[in-house]
Write a protein that binds this ligand. Structure first.
Ligand SMILES: [Zn+2]
Length: 251
């Protein structure tokens, strides 16, 4: 296993999107166009990437579906059978692919107005119950324990929201590449996007991130479209899409 080794960014030979691979990978799946890729190194160590015709894109889509339902072992098996690579190589490719198609938006998200009000109310309750403990200890403790627990849960998002409120910059982001992930929560889809961000002071950077988008607004996530994003200074990975506090969701 070499999952810990540094990722190198190559270009998908089929769609041109960034393809993140480990130095020893021999195969890969493009997260943007689903193309199965074979990786060769030339005598100078240069990369030669080509589409693996043996696998075919419908098998790649099948693999995505297996991963979405948590069947990583079956996905590896199918990949090994269809490409003829070893079980270890297949597993490495699938792990790599799955790392880039699974997301945890919760830990990056900010709170909306209701969430912020709740957090502030909880802070007030903690203060109040601090005083209550000195007069009526039983009731004070009954209030402070759940209030503290909820605050602890919201802590990361609360601090992040304050950060965005006080120092976020607004930029314009052009969608270079995009792919929809299979997970769907009601009418909300998650898209992996490769963005070219232009900041207010002329700074420019590229970033790959995940954004939530309603199905009715999917047309905004096409290549070439320009989105308004916000981000924290010098933190490209902090890019969020949208205006309000519920900033990763398009209204
Ligand atoms: Zn591709």
């Amino acid at each position: 296993m070499h999952t810990q080794s540094r990722l190198e960014v190559q270009k998908c030979p089929m769609c041109g999107a960034p393809l993140r691979i480990h130095p020893h990978d021999t195969t890969a799946l493009c997260v943007y166009c689903d193309a199965p890729i074979t990786i060769h190194r030339g005598s100078q160590g240069e990369y030669q990437l080509s589409e693996d015709q043996a696998l075919g894109r419908e098998a790649a889509t099948q693999i995505k579906k297996l991963l979405a339902s948590g069947q990583e072992a079956q996905a590896s098996l199918l990949y090994a059978q269809r490409t003829g690579v070893s079980a270890e190589e297949a597993n490495q490719t699938i792990v790599n692919f799955s790392e880039h198609t699974q997301v945890s938006l919760f830990f990056r998200s900010t709170l909306n107005a209701l969430g912020m009000s709740t957090a502030l109310l909880l802070l007030g309750l903690v203060g109040l119950s601090g005083w209550l403990i000195t007069v009526k200890p039983g009731i004070g403790i009954a209030v402070i324990v759940p209030a503290l627990l909820f605050l602890l849960l919201l802590r990361g998002q609360f601090i992040r929201t304050i950060h965005y409120l006080t120092s976020a910059r607004i930029g314009q982001a052009r969608v270079l590449y995009h792919a929809l992930l299979l997970d769907k929560i009601e009418d909300i889809r998650i898209a992996r996007v490769n963005l070219e961000v232009h900041g207010p002071d002329g700074e420019r950077f590229e970033v790959e991130t995940h954004i939530k988008v309603r199905e009715s607004a999917l047309s905004k996530i096409q290549s070439g479209q320009v989105l308004e994003v916000k981000y924290l200074p010098n933190q490209p990975d902090s890019v969020l899409y949208g205006r309000g506090l519920k900033s990763t969701i398009i209204g």
